[in-house]
Design a protein around this ligand. Structure first.
Ligand code: DLL
Length: 437
């Protein structure tokens, strides 16, 4: 049976949602025009005044905002309230450039806890649950975000944060944790470590998990459910917009509901910047309707997804976005072919490999090289040399038929590739490191 945290919003009619979004958009545009010089300047340049925005139908009149705008205004240039009203700062990791800083007022933190409470409730968590949070606590939004939601629903929160994997298992076992929140790659590592430590599966009380912060496939979800004996739910978010909870998975386990009373989502063609229809892939763009400290307008996420307004069996009316298949900047172009790491993960899991892999791309004599290091399972590893060569051939062929491009596969012994305690780093693009592209 599906439960809701705020049913009046989560199941509101499209008409009500449109009305709420329109009212909030009008107020937002006025707020940013009055308080954020960059927005005022952009709107003036585009010849748009706050009075021109009457409803969400006018959204397209507003200029788009990019990650570069956030970097250019570092650290506080896009804040819409004085710093004295900001009660918390978080920041992005800065792995793809200069880090960006985001702020929250007291009300913003309340909203954040509510949307994470919706997520946890949709996953079936409640007061009686003991929630093990292994997302990093700190400037990363994962730990504190989910933590706020877990406290809001009255659950018992175990703020373990990331790292020290064996200790995490001991805590999970001894404290009787029933829900796990971390990246899917770390959940996989935890599952592997439970097995390695010889902890009997029935002594681990987990029944659900909320995983996100990185792309993960349906196959990875099935595998996690089976290994940990849980129901696994997706959660999507990004530092710039709020952190975890911007969109959340429900009992249908197919797509993520966007919290539309707080965020407007658009899906655009990244080249033409025009909206694409439901069902068609595009770049996701978010507008923060209610945020006070750091409200972004039409922020280009670079995440690629698909929207659907079809009715969901869980009863929620919020639009659904597909699992983001990656970011435009995660997409590799190898010998002219577009390759997403998630396509490789799907093939690996279908063929029974573990989701531990490394993609290494380089350019030698003006030609791209494409290597994939994959760990064998224990069973594969104990096979004969010719048996292993056969696995290698089968995998190479399957990848070629999915990706449309040849890849050099190297099978590594089990447990030899580096595990991640947060977001997994799957790609080593030496062309970028050496300035060859
Ligand atoms: O990863 C916030 C978060 C924390 C989300 C915990 C979910 C759980 P950033 O570090 O700013 O914030 O990274 C945001 O991660 O633009 C996506 O590319 C990716 N991402 C986040 N969730 C998912 C997901 C947090 N469920 C970036 N599936 C986003 C695929 C995801 N990619």
């Amino acid at each position: 049976m599906e439960r809701y945290w705020q049913p009046e919003m989560e199941t509101a009619s499209r008409e009500t949602l449109t009305k709420i979004q329109s009212e909030r958009l009008v107020a937002l545009v006025k707020r940013v025009y009055d308080n954020v010089p960059l927005y005022r300047e952009r709107m003036d340049n585009a010849g748009v005044k706050p009075e021109d925005i009457h409803s969400i139908a006018d959204l397209g009149k507003l200029p788009l905002t990019s990650k570069q705008d956030l970097r250019d205004t570092y650290p506080y240039g896009l804040f819409a309230v004085p710093l004295k009203d900001v009660v918390r700062l978080h920041a992005s990791s800065g792995t793809t450039g200069k880090q960006i800083v985001v702020g929250y007022t007291k009300n913003d933190l309340e909203t954040w806890s509510d949307i994470c409470a919706r997520q946890l409730t949709a996953a079936g968590a409640g007061k009686d649950d003991i929630i093990h949070v292994s997302y990093g606590y700190g400037l990363f939004t994962g730990g504190f975000g989910i933590h706020g939601g877990a406290e809001r629903i009255g659950a018992t929160v175990v703020p373990v944060s990331s790292g020290n994997t064996e200790r995490q298992i001991t805590i999970m076992h001894d404290f009787g944790c029933t829900f796990l929140c971390c990246t899917p790659s770390y959940a996989m590592y935890l599952a592997e470590t439970i097995e390695k430590m010889g902890v009997p599966k029935e002594e681990i009380k987990l029944r659900g998990g909320i995983f996100g912060a990185e792309p993960w496939t349906k196959e990875m979800c099935d595998s996690l459910e089976q290994k940990l004996g849980i129901k696994a739910f997706d959660v999507y978010g990004l530092t710039e917009i709020m952190g975890p909870g911007v969109a959340f998975g429900c009992s249908e386990q197919n797509g993520l509901h966007v919290n539309e009373d707080h965020f407007i989502i658009e899906c655009i063609d990244p080249e033409t910047e025009q909206p694409v229809p439901d069902g068609q892939q595009g770049e996701l763009v978010f507008t923060c309707l209610t945020k006070e400290a750091f409200p972004l307008v039409r922020f280009r996420t670079r995440d690629i997804g698909v929207l659907s307004h079809e009715a969901c069996s869980c009863g929620r009316t919020f639009v659904k976005m597909s699992k983001p298949m990656g970011r435009t900047d995660d997409m590799l172009i190898i010998r002219g072919v577009n390759v997403f790491p998630s396509q490789i993960e799907t093939v690996l899991l279908k063929l029974g490999y573990s989701p531990n892999y490394e993609i290494i791309v380089d350019r030698v004599n003006n030609t791209d090289t494409f290597d994939l290091r994959v760990e064998m399972t224990e069973d594969m590893f104990s096979d004969t040399v010719s048996g292993i060569a056969k696995y290698e051939r089968t995998l190479t062929e399957a990848l070629k038929s999915t990706l449309g491009i040849g890849v050099h596969v190297v099978l590594a012994p089990p447990h030899t590739l580096k595990r991640s305690e947060g977001k997994a780093k799957r790609v080593i693009d030496k062309r970028k490191e050496t300035g060859k592209c």
